[in-house]
Design a protein around this ligand. Structure first.
Ligand code: DC
Length: 210
């Protein structure tokens, strides 16, 4: 069975990483969280003004929860507008996924990093639903956020991600949209697993014919 490449793009806080990780685990693929790479650059940039001269030196993995704060998330969507940062990280991502057998999630995976990925998913949910999930997450971490602020943050980030000049977030023409506003995690996983299996079967059928 040929290993395919799965590209998962979508807005922030719509559960991309959770579902991508779970899919990778279920099908035995490698999961690559590209948002974490932008967050790693963002974290470093907060204490190194000259970070653009040191991209090669920035640790991109093993940073744990230090990259999961609101501050780093907001900063990540700013550093992600810089062409030099994107080129650097896209190169790394293409190298990491070169062999296939990966589930990669981000904003530009199906459009820029792997435009020929066999399966492209575009995950979405309404801003209110995403803000509520983010709000619940922050509460669970012991923070006391204001819902209106969290919603404003979701909208700001959406705006920046979709309006930046370099590789803005957009749905690839051949991506399948999964709106999970009204789905449980289990329902969503079922839908995605079905899409994955259909895609693998199709790939193998065309490999048999050729
Ligand atoms: O998915 P996330 O919230 O961890 O991503 C953090 C920021 O990084 C987000 O605002 C957009 C940016 N990003 C990007 O521009 N391209 C990617 N492939 C992944 C993330």
């Amino acid at each position: 069975m040929k290993a395919i490449t799965v590209a998962i793009d979508g807005f922030s806080s719509c559960g991309k990483s959770t579902i991508a990780k779970q899919l990778a685990q279920q099908v035995g693929y490698t999961y690559i969280d590209t948002g974490a790479m932008y967050r790693a650059v963002a974290l470093y940039s907060l204490s190194h003004e000259d970070y653009l001269d040191h991209l090669e030196d920035i640790p991109l993995t093993g940073l744990g929860d230090s990259i999961r704060t609101l501050e780093v998330g907001n900063r990540a969507s700013v550093v992600a507008t810089i062409p030099q940062v994107r080129r650097f990280l896209v190169d790394k991502q293409q190298e990491m996924g070169r062999q296939g057998g990966v589930v990669m999630d981000g904003r530009d995976i199906g459009t820029v990093v792997f435009p020929h990925a066999e399966l492209k998913l575009f995950l979405t949910a309404s801003p209110q639903v995403r803000a509520q999930r983010r709000y619940d997450e922050l509460r669970a971490k012991g923070e006391n956020p204001n819902f209106a602020d969290v919603l404003a943050d979701v909208n700001d980030r959406d705006y920046r991600d979709t309006h930046r000049q370099e590789s803005p977030l957009r749905q690839a023409d051949d991506a399948i949209v999964v709106d999970n506003s009204d789905m449980t995690r289990e329902e969503q996983m079922e839908v995605i697993l079905r899409l994955f299996r259909n895609c693998c079967n199709k790939q193998n059928q065309s490999a048999d014919i050729n």
